[in-house]
Design a protein around this ligand. Structure first.
Ligand SMILES: [Fe+2]
Length: 202
């Protein structure tokens, strides 16, 4: 894959929309995302920083069988992410002592991201190895596209092993949790709807 293709925002977004198309209930989510491919990137209003979780990025996608998407995400991180961020609720009250060393995300699309959107967010979450992201909830509707294997739990259901390429849907305020295995875990996330309110630990 040439660099030009990998750095192409419309191509990254098209790959994400293509994954959403495999889920029977998310066609309207794709309809909202699709037009964002025409956006022009601008300087991010809220820039992230270097955080310890950044050291896990390469390992998090190292075994991704869906290499095309992982490569595009890597270039998007280098060009658009403007560093790592953390939910201020978790920074104030970490759910466990090691959490902030092993958790962070970068955002490409959102109210203060390089691609500006008022009711959508898109970025990538990274967890260090053997890290539990405990049950949490938020009013935004959410989709995760994991780039590697991990365990995921949704309110009312048990823990399930999920692989790269699966589409994980969380309706608004539906509690959910994630746990990485021996390797770090990366997952693209999408939010829509009430995206202003940050997630809170359940
Ligand atoms: Fe979530």
């Amino acid at each position: 894959m040439g660099d030009d293709l990998a750095t192409d925002w419309p191509a990254l977004l098209a790959a994400i929309v293509g994954r959403l198309a495999t889920h029977p209930d998310l066609a309207d989510f794709s309809d909202e995302l699709g037009p964002c491919s025409g956006l022009t990137p601008i300087a991010a209003a809220a820039t992230g920083v270097n955080l310890p979780v950044g050291r896990y990025w390469s390992a998090a996608i190292g075994g991704d069988p869906l290499g095309d998407l992982a490569a595009r995400v890597t270039f998007a991180l280098e060009q658009l992410g403007h560093g790592w961020r953390q939910n201020p609720n978790y920074r104030r009250q970490p759910p466990h002592p090691d959490f902030l060393e092993n958790y962070g995300y970068q955002e490409w699309l959102g109210p203060d991201a390089a691609y500006r959107a008022a009711h959508l967010r898109c970025g990538v979450l990274v967890l260090g190895p053997r890290t539990l992201y405990p049950a949490h909830h938020h009013p935004a509707e959410e989709v995760y596209l994991p780039l590697g294997p991990g365990r995921w739990c949704r309110e009312g259901e048990g823990w399930r092993d999920r692989m790269a390429g699966e589409v994980i849907h969380h309706p608004p305020e539906c509690g959910h949790a994630t746990e990485s295995g021996d390797k770090p875990l990366a997952a693209i996330y999408l939010w829509r709807g009430a995206i202003a309110k940050a997630a809170e630990i359940a």
